[in-house]
Design a protein around this ligand. Structure first.
Ligand SMILES: CC(C)(COP(=O)(O)OP(=O)(O)OC[C@H]1O[C@@H](n2cnc3c(N)ncnc32)[C@H](O)[C@@H]1OP(=O)(O)O)[C@@H](O)C(=O)NCCC(=O)NCCS
Length: 148
């Protein structure tokens, strides 16, 4: 059974592995350790029999959340894991009285855009040259309501 739990130190090795596979952006062990101590950070980890399958995290910036990362191991995609991770993060936002969630996504990342649209995010703008390869970021937002 896949469980969706808050990030703990024991997950870090698995988180680094999934991060490397999905982004290879140098989000190393130390970064996750810092996030564990970061009072404004909240991460949900998908775990099956101790193996990390995916994760997602946000920062609560004074009542407005920013998604940091959502990533699922390539062997476990299209099983609804990212969707469940986002549902958990949205639940966290409701508990913390967070009013909206913002994120940036690459224009080329259709899978992530369609995931976020399914979860009720709307496109609110663009940021040209946002990424290291000058790719444009699409800005998306979800307003948190009791029903959402
Ligand atoms: C984007 C990502 C997190 C999706 O994870 P996932 O667990 O496979 O997604 P889910 O199974 O929960 O999919 C939920 C919905 O998202 C959309 N979706 C997910 N993957 C998709 C794909 N490859 N193509 C089109 N839509 C997709 C669909 O609407 C899907 O619903 P459906 O299966 O009923 O059609 C995963 O592909 C990933 O880790 N990619 C690399 C990292 C990344 O790009 N992260 C986002 C950074 S902004």
């Amino acid at each position: 059974m896949i469980e969706y739990v808050p990030m703990q130190r024991q997950h870090i090795e698995g988180l680094v592995e999934v991060e490397k596979q999905c982004f290879n952006s140098g989000f190393a062990e130390k970064t996750f350790e810092k996030e564990l101590e970061n009072k404004i950070a909240a991460y949900t980890v998908a775990v099956e029999n101790g193996k990390v399958l995916g994760y997602g995290g946000l920062w609560n910036m004074c009542g407005v959340a920013d998604i940091m990362d959502v990533a699922v191991h390539s062997d476990y995609r299209r099983m609804g894991i990212a969707q469940r991770i986002l549902e958990k993060l949205i639940e966290h936002c409701k508990n913390e009285k967070i009013s909206e969630i913002n994120l940036e996504v690459r224009t080329s990342n259709f899978a992530a855009q369609s995931l976020y649209k399914k979860m009720g995010f709307e496109v609110v703008g663009q940021r040209p040259n946002y990424y290291e390869n000058r790719e444009t970021a699409i800005l998306m937002k979800k307003i948190i309501t009791e029903e959402s």
